[in-house]
Ligand binder design. Structure first.
Ligand SMILES: NC(=O)c1ccc[n+]([C@@H]2O[C@H](COP(=O)([O-])OP(=O)(O)OC[C@H]3O[C@@H](n4cnc5c(N)ncnc54)[C@H](OP(=O)(O)O)[C@@H]3O)[C@@H](O)[C@H]2O)c1
Length: 342
């Protein structure tokens, strides 16, 4: 397979890379953070439509900490019944780095391009190199942002955009509640809902009230002192980014025609179907998978200074198990970054 080699100083020929191998975080069984080990691994081989990215920064998301644990149990049909599927042994969906090689049919990117993107079900970002299809969820890195920041602006930002703009079309005059407002999706959701002109109520714990206010929320509810589901006819949209509520409990808090928008929970799939067939309040569920267009919107918003990235902690790849342990707490603020190349 002919491959194009870049001129950048740090670009090595593919053959030489393959013979050198790379560091990658690997887990071969489900379990606690210590199942993740950084080991020598083979550099991915490229197809004609693929790009090879030298990963400078990636993240540990809460979805990945759940995948490492093998949760939810029903998810093992996808991620592996008794142990992680081979292709999911190196996690890592958010990446920012430099393209080092491109397949023979790739025109969209060239070696040396700085990019940020979402590997999705391909995972593999917790490594020095990751392969992605050139037409995958990949875009030029936002100008003026570090690789660490760019990696933290992939999944949370595009998922918030997908739900708030594409699925429910949040607009001026609406009142939007964001549950989990201090998380990865939540921190972007608060800002985007404000940009769309909505009045925004954020829900988080006491330690994050000031953060959520600083992101532009009009009101912040500390869930340890007040339960938003006790509110009546209060919100056009309840966006539960962290799966801590339910349609049944939130229904009363929704205004007539209001939408309950969860990012997680298998039971929300049939509920979404059922409520779509009836009048009244609806459950709107979905999966943000194709992120190409979303990444370009996020890039623009970041370059204009209209979107802020919240990075909580940063760990080097060698300490990725510690990052998993922290994410397992369920209380990260925004994003947890892994630096792979300094
Ligand atoms: N459907 C899709 O397309 C899609 C895409 C991406 C992700 N997801 C899913 O979305 C979920 C959340 O992702 P995320 O990364 O945004 O979450 P996250 O960053 O891990 O959320 C952490 C935040 O949740 C807050 N929190 C904890 N308990 C809470 C409670 N009882 N009420 C309100 N907030 C609470 C914490 O605030 P305090 O510390 O203040 O408690 C913390 O800041 C995951 O399950 C992921 O799999 C779905």
């Amino acid at each position: 397979m002919p491959l194009t080699c870049g001129n950048a100083e740090n670009v090595l020929s593919f053959r030489r890379l393959a013979s050198l191998g790379m560091r990658a975080a690997v887990h071969t069984r489900f379990g606690p953070p210590d199942v993740v080990r950084v080991v020598e691994s083979a550099v991915p081989t490229l197809g004609a439509n693929d790009v090879l990215i030298k990963v400078h920064a990636t993240t540990v998301t809460s979805a990945e900490s759940a995948m490492r644990r093998g949760e939810p149990r029903w998810g093992r049909v996808v991620i592996g019944l008794r142990r992680p599927r081979r292709k999911l042994r190196t996690l890592g969906t958010e990446v920012a780095g430099v393209v080092t090689e491109v397949g023979s049919d790739v025109r969209r990117f060239a070696p040396g391009d700085e990019v940020f993107g979402f590997t999705g079900f391909g995972a593999g970002g917790h490594a020095e190199y990751v392969r992605m299809p050139a037409d995958g969820s990949l875009a030029p890195k936002p100008v003026g942002r570090t690789f660490a920041e760019a990696a933290a602006a992939v999944d949370g930002a595009t998922t918030a955009l997908y739900f708030l703009r594409d699925k429910v079309g949040v607009r001026a005059g609406q009142r939007v509640l964001v549950n989990g407002a201090s998380g990865s999706i939540g921190t972007y959701a608060v800002q985007l809902a404000k940009l769309f002109g909505a009045e925004v109520v954020g829900v988080c714990g006491p330690g994050n009230v000031e953060l959520v206010k600083s992101l532009g929320a009009d009101e912040v509810i500390d869930y340890t002192t007040r339960d938003f589901t006790a509110d009546v006819d209060a919100y056009d949209v309840v966006f539960d980014t962290v799966g801590k509520s339910s349609f049944a409990r939130s229904r009363r808090a929704l205004r007539a025609g209001g939408k309950y928008v969860p990012t997680t929970g298998l039971g929300n799939v049939p509920l979404g179907l059922w409520t779509s067939l009836r009048g009244g309040k609806k459950v709107v569920f979905g999966m943000s998978v194709r992120k190409n267009a979303g990444l370009l919107v996020v890039k623009d918003l970041l370059e204009d200074g209209r979107l802020r990235i919240v990075v909580d902690r940063t760990y080097p790849l060698e300490r990725i198990a510690e990052a998993h342990r922290y994410v397992d707490s369920g209380h990260k603020r925004g994003n947890v970054v892994i630096t792979v190349v300094d």
